[in-house]
Design a protein around this ligand. Structure first.
Ligand SMILES: O=C(O)C(=O)C[C@H](O)[C@H](O)COP(=O)(O)O
Length: 214
């Protein structure tokens, strides 16, 4: 497991899958299915009890992957994620305490933002790689295009409602570094352990990105 910056996280993969893992036994097969499809940056949401153990398992077994903790909403979770080996921490939003805490850690923090004021607040902490959440509900690519005219120093990871049908709108923007989403990981496929299906969907997503980005 190596140290990475937020810029390296964004550069490492044009797609960051948001992984909801209910059972730690699914962690490795799921991560390997995504990696087989060409995706090796992972956001494991802390919305489940199995998340921390899943981060630890994937970090240990897949040293070439970049493993992140998602939905981190307080410093306690932030620290637990770091202890498990998370290489980046990402949130749907931020709080003053999370921003302060992040300043004491080397592992990069990618806070979620939706407004120009939140973006400016993040910038004041030196954070310029941000999650735009929930992307589609907040106006999607047109909003990012408008906001980046004023704040061109920010790179975004739009997440929330991003899927194959609207991917092109986001990837057309220079301010979009990567996109987050779940469309290549249907919950039913995890439940039925259909790992080949997840590899297939990941491959398709990567091919689509390659064709859009040229
Ligand atoms: O918990 C978080 O921090 C999140 O990022 C919430 C969702 O998992 C993403 O918004 C993915 O949303 P969909 O791709 O629309 O399924």
């Amino acid at each position: 497991m190596s140290k990475v910056t937020a810029a390296q996280v964004f550069a490492a993969s044009p797609i960051i899958p948001v992984m909801v893992i209910d059972d730690v036994k699914d962690a490795l097969p799921l991560a390997k299915a995504l990696a087989d499809g060409g995706i090796n940056v992972f956001e494991i949401t802390l919305r489940t009890d199995a998340a921390i153990a899943s981060i630890a398992a994937i970090s240990q077994e897949m040293p070439d992957a970049i493993v992140g903790a998602g939905t981190v909403i307080n410093p306690k979770q932030y620290q637990a994620a770091l202890d498990a080996g998370a290489q980046f921490v990402i949130s749907p939003g931020f709080s003053p305490e999370l921003l302060e805490f992040s300043q004491t850690k080397e592992v990069p923090y990618i806070p979620g933002v939706a407004t120009a004021s939140e973006m400016i607040t993040a910038l004041s902490y030196g954070l310029d790689h941000l999650k735009f959440f929930p992307a589609e509900a907040n106006g999607g690519a047109p909003v990012l295009k408008a906001v980046s005219a004023a704040l061109p120093q920010i790179k975004f990871c739009p997440t929330g409602g991003v899927k194959e049908a609207n991917l092109a709108n986001y990837l057309a923007l220079d301010c979009v570094g990567t996109v987050g989403g779940t469309w290549m990981i249907p919950a039913a496929a995890i439940q039925s352990q259909s790992w080949a299906e997840i590899t297939q969907l990941s491959k398709k997503a990567c091919e689509l990105v390659a064709s859009l980005r040229g």
